[in-house]
Design a protein. Structure first.
Length: 311
């Protein structure tokens, strides 16, 4: 049985992007993130962690020691390493090496783009349709009707679609308005060199497997530390040139159909600071229920605590 089949058997699946995922799934997605990337908790990869323990336990000095003495020696080494790596200032630069629980949480909460992605998944899944219509309406024209469903880069998306050619950050889809928004999140980094063409590949694949409807409008929205200054065509031309320079690796991104999709795709960006300001204006200009007030204010507070806002 394939991994995808095992996952679907245990956790279920979706058959279309219009399928709504409960916001609580965002919590299990957070657990998935930590389980599949244990270095976020340990400070180093699981393999490195195991190798380090074995090395400490098998040095010549341990040869005639009892099991209890070896345990004590290894525990002392671990405590020493965790003490050396811990930082006691919120935005101190990250150190490399084994860390304790407090340092692991600091690194994830303030420095991790993956963790921000999971926070964003939960945030979008709780936002009202009115909010999402207003937010996305800044960037693309569409009929503001129907309801939105949102999907993070999680097991239920990965194993339902079996999309293996790329990893997305977050998708928002409105079935009635027939519009797909790809939210590509960055802390303060630049877009990947093949990112636009890869999203076109994703769109084509989702259409082929029936996860979106034919003719769906498509917007690629970059959300990062600053806005993307280059125009769409310049970015696409750079991606095409890069792919042509390495055809053995990127030939699949040069399909004529993808280039046609890229020409029709809309690409824009917004900074995290501008998103915070949009949320504040939305709160001031609309009669917002208490739950959504707390949601927007809480997400703003979390964004403002990230390291890229301070360093």
């Amino acid at each position: 049985m394939k991994a995808a089949e095992k996952y679907r058997r245990v956790f279920g699946s979706i058959s279309h992007l219009k399928d709504e995922i409960p916001w609580t799934t965002g919590l299990s997605n957070m657990v998935e993130f930590l389980v599949w990337q244990p270095q976020r908790v340990l400070g180093i990869s699981k393999k490195q962690y195991v190798n380090q323990i074995i090395e400490w336990a098998t040095v010549p000095e341990m040869k005639d020691k009892s099991l209890q003495e070896i345990k004590q020696a290894v525990s002392k080494k671990l405590n020493q390493k965790m003490s050396e790596s811990e930082q006691l200032e919120t935005y101190s630069m990250q150190t490399i090496g084994i860390c304790n629980a407090r340092e692991a949480v600091r690194r994830v909460k303030f420095f991790s783009e993956d963790y921000l992605n999971k926070e964003f998944d939960i945030f979008l899944s709780l936002c009202s349709d009115i909010y999402l219509n207003s937010f996305y309406g800044q960037f693309i024209k569409f009929e503001q009707c129907g309801s939105w469903s949102t999907h993070g880069n999680s097991g239920i998306f990965e194993f339902s679609t079996e999309l293996k050619s790329m990893s997305m950050d977050n998708l928002s889809y409105n079935h009635q308005a027939n519009i797909l928004i790809a939210n590509e999140l960055k802390l303060d980094g630049k877009k990947n060199r093949d990112q636009i063409l890869k999203y076109c590949l994703m769109y084509k694949y989702l259409l082929e497997i029936g996860f979106i409807d034919k003719g769906a409008k498509f917007l690629l929205l970059f959300i990062g530390g600053s806005v993307v200054k280059e125009d769409k065509q310049s970015m696409i031309n750079q991606e095409i040139a890069m792919c042509q320079s390495k055809p053995e690796k990127y030939q699949h991104l040069l399909q004529p159909e993808l280039l046609k999709l890229a020409a029709n795709l809309e690409v824009t960006s917004i900074s995290w600071q501008s998103l915070i300001e949009f949320n504040n204006h939305y709160l001031n200009d609309n009669e917002v229920c208490q739950v959504e007030q707390k949601l927007l204010k809480g997400f703003n507070q979390s964004l403002q605590s990230k390291s890229f806002m301070h360093l």
